[in-house]
Design a protein around this ligand. Structure first.
Ligand SMILES: Nc1ncnc2c1ncn2[C@@H]1O[C@H](COP(=O)(O)OP(=O)(O)OP(=O)(O)O)[C@@H](O)[C@H]1O
Ligand SMILES: [Mg+2]
Length: 419
């Protein structure tokens, strides 16, 4: 009897719901905790099918599940992998954990269901889940923030790099401008030095001729007057040509000389060359001859005025630096691909040392010290050729004569080579 009481106490005071069913799944016992969980009194459920404790939507499938269980009963925890729900008398559902047990008595199977209400655990799980989601959300936000930050840093770095490049560029512009300024300054200083030296001879010629002119006042003195007037004219011309060279150089340094390349037909080229040679003949020394030859019938792609200037410079050097009675050979050729022109003299030649510096402005070779000149001509020639994408070279040795050879590429007629 005492055992019976103990058993009832155990049954009624158990802290989990206990539902006992017979072989037909009818409830035959229902403990106090189950009453509390489901809201039914024991009397209300006795004799009812177990499904009364399930939400309506699960009842039908539960019937087949439990038939299967009754056929192969085993002790187990129900609902692996899915949530189980019970339904209270008032219709509310709540999550449960159920484990099943069974026993046989007089050849009949009895099933005991142990039910735990897991509402609190589920709620906690939900809270944990919510927290985890919030955490994930925050992590995502932080990751995004990080990406944004990195992007910002990258953008700033890029901007900084661009600003630096800009700064570098303006620095270069300023340096270039200063360099140019300095170049022009040097040029002017060079000019003052050169002019004070080179102008002295023609100026003293002018002074002495002017003085003598005032003396020759009789009619008989007419030839002498003529002679001195000519000297004055020549001296002024010399000074004028020095000034002109200097002005060309100034324009070149400023970058304001733009070549105007055009195709000059062969006949026009020959005529222009002949005119230039005729003009140069005026400057020759006694017995000096200029022999001009040309190969090819192709039109010449050039800036004619720059080319004539180059030829005048080279020929006047040849005349100036060779003795009387010598021949100056001027030869050109054009095959539509390349224009070449050479000026060859039988003059004083140029030493190898001096050849290195020939195209520097104001440079004059040692053996030319006593011959008039400013040292600007070849510098200007080289600059003009640079503008036409051409080049210049020379062959010379002391007292062996000199040959200057220039080349101007003819390939791209459509394009202005200075672009
Ligand atoms: N044909 C040549 N024969 C020998 N030396 C030459 C010849 N052409 C140039 N030179 C040397 O090169 C130097 C530079 O020539 P460049 O034409 O620049 O100056 P320049 O003739 O002295 O003066 P400018 O041409 O300015 O009046 C000359 O002073 C001379 O020493
Ligand atoms: Mg010269």
């Amino acid at each position: 009897m005492e055992h019976m009481q103990q058993f009832e106490a155990l049954f009624d005071h158990a802290t989990i719901g206990i539902v006992l069913c017979n072989k037909d799944a009818e409830i035959i016992n229902f403990n106090a905790q189950a009453e509390a969980q489901f809201g039914y009194t024991k009397d209300e459920v006795l004799g009812k099918k177990i499904e009364v404790l399930l939400p309506v939507k699960y009842r039908r499938s539960h019937v087949s599940d439990r038939n299967h269980f009754y056929a192969h009963p085993e002790n187990k925890v129900m609902g692996h992998g899915r949530d189980l729900h019970g339904q209270k008398k008032d219709g509310t559902e709540f999550p449960v954990e159920v484990s099943l047990s069974h026993y046989h008595n007089k050849n009949e199977v009895y099933v005991i269901a142990f039910v735990i209400d897991i509402t609190v655990r589920k709620n906690n799980e939900l809270v944990v889940l919510k927290h985890r989601e919030e955490l994930q959300q925050i992590t995502r936000q932080i990751t995004q923030l990080n990406i944004d930050l990195e992007q910002k840093v990258e953008n700033r770095t890029k901007m900084l790099r661009e600003t630096l490049a800009e700064l570098e560029k303006s620095k270069k512009e300023v340096t270039d401008a200063l360099e140019k300024e300095k170049e022009l300054g040097d040029l002017k200083t060079g000019f003052v030095t050169m002019a004070s030296h080179e102008f002295r001879t023609p100026l003293s010629t002018i002074m002495s001729s002017a003085f003598l002119l005032s003396k020759y006042d009789s009619a008989d003195d007419a030839p002498k007057r003529e002679k001195h007037i000519n000297r004055i004219r020549e001296a002024v011309n010399d000074m004028k040509s020095i000034l002109e060279d200097f002005l060309s150089l100034g324009k070149l340094e400023e970058g304001s000389v733009k070549p105007r390349m055009q195709l000059v037909p062969n006949a026009e080229y020959l005529l222009e060359m002949q005119n230039a040679v005729d003009a140069m003949m005026q400057l020759t020394k006694k017995g000096q001859r200029i022999r001009f030859t040309h190969d090819g019938a192709a039109a010449v792609f050039t800036d004619l005025s720059l080319l004539k200037n180059i030829i005048v410079n080279l020929c006047s050097n040849a005349i100036k630096f060779s003795p009387e009675g010598t021949v100056i050979q001027l030869h050109s050729a054009c095959d539509g691909q390349l224009f070449t022109l050479s000026v060859k003299d039988q003059g004083i030649g140029i030493s190898e040392d001096d050849q290195q510096h020939l195209f520097e402005r104001f440079f004059r070779a040692k053996n030319a010290a006593n011959i008039q000149g400013t040292g600007l001509g070849l510098h200007i020639v080289a600059k003009y050729l640079e503008l036409m994408h051409g080049q210049i070279e020379l062959r010379s040795a002391l007292d062996q004569g000199t040959e200057f050879i220039i080349q101007i590429p003819q390939s791209n007629h459509e394009k202005d080579p200075a672009d």
